[in-house]
Write a protein that binds this ligand. Structure first.
Ligand code: FAD
Length: 552
């Protein structure tokens, strides 16, 4: 029997949950279909760090940060570098999204109980000119409670709607086709997967035990991106970033499989900017993995020295935390798919944060007592110390010669020469005592420490890397970590999807990562960070509101 409802949402990640709660809130009936089990509700957002891009917030103002919508838009446009005909709708989405981040976003979340950690982070700092890539000011607002803290208000609203009969979840239901009549989408059909009690985030069984068809006046595709599917990442890899890496680790669970992208395209939807993606270069293999090839991104502070596989320091302004894709392009240009940080115990203690809710029990557990230890502790946070001890990519030694030997042994490539690395570190160290330096990374350290947030918990006091008082020395082998899909289905501001003939496909909407976080690529080529969860909130909300309205 075919079930009929007002709107179907494909995907119970953040974008799908936001859309579904808006639909139920508008008094319509909605079914949320997800291939995973109930235990994985919330998708990637649950695992996220919960960082949100906000503009001119009270948190920023309290820290003396002067931000504005104009400055944020300047940064966004300089970062996105929109340069294609296909960027018409993405650019409109960017303008609308920056206005949302400078306007309603914080109050809308706050009214649902969402709270923010008071120290604002400074991600993607750029280093070019004022119109180039990067955040001119700190804007990365971490959710108090990290990923689960951003999912919670929407899950709560969804459960309420479920209780009052407006919202139905269909877990372990995998959509295989969009049902079309006369060019309009009228439903979905697919396979029912066998129940599987695997823990959240682990790969689940794909054994089919039945099929289903659902009909509705509108279908919202909120199925996420492609980061868990390395074949697809390699297929879409842009030439401008060199050859696709031979070795990659996954920053997302396996359900981020990109399969629904092909299904939606097959129904005539127009996918744009598929060559734009956001992968990190500071990936470390998780010693305690949850999903296959599980990697964690280091959110680095600005002090670690960064060397390519041959031992050459990365050029200015490619310092930790400055320009993710610039670094990726440089690294892939070396012909090797890894690079190295060299740092001290003083740096790791203050500057290493690991992206992921499970790697930040203090913030995720909303414990002030544990969080304050970030500023006062002798060692690094416990999850970082655990990586230092158990992580396959970490080397800790008391002197540089031993460190370089171990680095060569770990890579197996033997490309590093002790004298070459020593000369570069000593040259950098000579600049430390001089307040008027020419080393741009050291200049950045002084600049960073003028911001109270960085001084408190993010930037170590400048010191010589080879000063034994700050040791031991640490090297970290950094891998390419897949994460976000920046291209997606082209949509108007109501999240209605365009077909390959340029006309809106009646009944079809897209939100979240599947829509390139709005319009088919709101970020253009690059991101200012914290913009992905925010993109799910904004595009999910627009899609939900528009689909509810269209459903009469
Ligand atoms: C470790 C980590 C840290 C992050 N940190 C941040 C951060 O600090 N700030 C930030 O802005 N972003 C961050 N992100 C990114 C952000 O979390 C994601 O981009 C975002 O949550 C994607 O949400 P989504 O709803 O579009 O897709 P998803 O969360 O991927 O959800 C899609 C859902 O659709 C389901 N699905 C897919 N195909 C089908 C099908 N055919 N049938 C039925 N169901 C299907 C999937 O099972 C899944 O549940 C992070 C991500 C990770 C993994």
């Amino acid at each position: 029997m075919t079930e009929v409802t007002d709107v179907i949402v494909v995907g119970g990640g953040l974008a799908g949950l936001v859309a579904a709660t808006e639909i139920a809130g508008a008094g319509k009936r909605v079914i949320v279909v997800d291939q995973e089990g109930e235990q994985s509700l919330g998708g990637q957002a649950f695992w996220s760090f919960g960082g949100l891009f906000l503009v001119d917030s009270p948190e920023q103002r309290r820290l003396g940060i002067k931000d504005s919508c104009d400055l944020a838009l300047q940064d966004w446009m300089g970062t996105a570098g929109f340069d294609r005909d296909d960027d018409l709708w993405p650019k409109r989405w960017a303008e609308a999204y920056v206005a949302f981040a400078a306007g309603e976003k914080r109050d809308w979340l706050r009214a649902m109980g969402h709270r923010i950690f008071p120290v604002v982070g400074w991600a993607e700092r750029g280093g070019y000119d004022a119109m180039g890539h990067g955040n001119s000011v700190p804007r990365f607002h971490v959710t108090w409670g990290t990923g689960p803290g951003i999912v919670e208000p929407f899950e709560r609203r969804a459960r309420e709607a479920q209780r009052n009969g407006r919202l139905t979840f269909k877990f372990r239901h995998r959509v295989d086709t969009l049902v079309m009549t006369n060019g309009a989408v009228e439903g979905v059909s697919g396979s029912i997967l066998e129940p599987d009690a695997v823990e959240r985030g682990k790969s689940s069984s794909r054994k089919v035990i039945g099929d289903f068809t659902l009909r509705a006046q509108a279908v919202i595709v909120a199925s996420g991106g492609i980061g868990g599917n390395h074949d697809m990442v390699r297929q879409n890899w842009p030439k401008r970033l060199g050859e696709p890496p031979k070795f990659m680790i996954s920053g997302v669970p396996e359900h981020v499989d990109g399969r629904m992208i092909g299904i939606t395209e097959a129904a005539g939807a127009r996918l744009i900017n598929r060559d734009r993606m956001w992968h990190y270069v500071e990936g470390i293999r998780n010693w305690n993995p949850i999903w296959p090839r599980h990697g964690i991104r280091i959110l680095p502070g600005p002090s670690s020295m960064w060397f390519d596989a041959t031992g050459k320091r990365l050029p200015a302004p490619l310092f930790p935390g400055s320009d993710t894709l610039g670094q990726l392009e440089y690294i892939m240009g070396t012909g090797h798919d890894y690079s190295w940080f060299i740092l001290t115990q003083s740096i790791i203690k203050k500057e290493f944060a690991l992206s992921g809710s499970e790697q930040n029990p203090d913030l995720t557990g909303k414990s002030w007592r544990l969080t304050i230890k970030r500023a006062t502790n002798k060692g690094a946070p416990a999850p970082v110390e655990a990586f230092k001890k158990n992580g396959a990519d970490f080397i800790v030694r008391d002197n540089l010669a031993d460190l370089v030997n171990a680095m060569n042994a770990l890579s197996g490539d033997n490309l590093l020469k002790h004298d070459h690395i020593k000369a570069q570190i000593e040259a950098r160290d000579r600049e430390i005592t001089n307040p008027y330096v020419k080393d741009a990374q050291v200049m950045n350290l002084h600049n960073a420490r003028r911001y109270i947030g960085d001084k408190l918990i993010r930037t170590a006091k400048p010191h010589r890397i080879l000063d034994p008082d700050h040791g031991p020395l640490i090297a970290v082998k950094l891998n390419i970590l897949t994460r976000k899909t920046l291209g997606g289905f082209e949509t108007d501001l109501d999240s209605r999807v365009f077909g390959s003939n340029g006309e809106i496909i009646r009944g079809l909407y897209a939100a979240g990562e599947a829509a390139g976080f709005g319009g088919g690529g709101v970020h253009g080529y690059r991101s200012l960070e914290g913009t992905f969860l925010g993109g799910c909130l904004f595009s999910g909300r627009n899609a939900g509101r528009a689909a509810a309205k269209a459903a009469g």
